[in-house]
Design a protein around this ligand. Structure first.
Ligand SMILES: O=c1ccn([C@H]2C[C@H](O)[C@@H](COP(=O)(O)OP(=O)(O)OP(=O)(O)O)O2)c(=O)[nH]1
Length: 143
């Protein structure tokens, strides 16, 4: 599938997904570095703009390396990019470590996947079908 993208950043286009690799790394596009203090969150611009086909979304997810090494994650993961959004893709990073973390322009800060989603129509009901699990959840199967 082809998807229109405008790249106003100095970074190369994210490498497209393959059957073996779902995530495309996306990079910060900054005029100056951004530092996140412990527990601080900031919107990081990417310089990327998409025109997604109807019925598709892009999801912004954390990178595991940044999470394990630096305590940096995407606060609203997975961030949702709607098909009708024409603004710049931003990444909300949060620093969950005890140390300052500096983002430099060009740093790969998150990954993006393109996903198809179903649309649904609610059907009002008085009862739902019975299952073995029923209302059990939230650890109900733990002994
Ligand atoms: O990580 C994100 C999440 C969202 N967006 C952009 C694209 C998305 O289509 C739009 C709205 O996102 P969302 O629906 O999550 O935001 P909202 O808080 O519900 O705001 P709105 O009222 O603008 O929909 O913001 C991003 O660039 N990055």
């Amino acid at each position: 599938m082809k998807i229109k993208i405008i790249n106003k950043s100095k970074n190369p286009l994210p490498k497209y997904q393959t059957e073996l690799s779902a995530g495309m790394d996306i990079s910060a596009n900054l005029t100056e570095n951004i530092t996140l203090k412990p527990l601080e969150r900031k919107l990081i611009p990417t310089g990327l703009f998409l025109e997604l086909p109807e019925g598709f979304e892009a999801q912004i997810r954390p990178r595991s390396g940044l999470a394990i090494k630096n305590g940096i994650t995407v606060l609203n993961a997975p961030g949702t990019i709607d098909a009708d959004y024409r603004g710049e893709i931003g990444v909300i990073l949060v620093n969950l470590s005890a140390e300052d973390f500096t983002v430099n322009s060009g740093d790969r800060i998150a990954q993006m996947i393109i996903a198809k989603y179903e649309t649904a129509e609610w059907q009002n009901a008085d009862a739902l079908n019975e299952t073995a699990r029923g209302a059990g959840g939230f650890g109900s199967t733990k002994s």
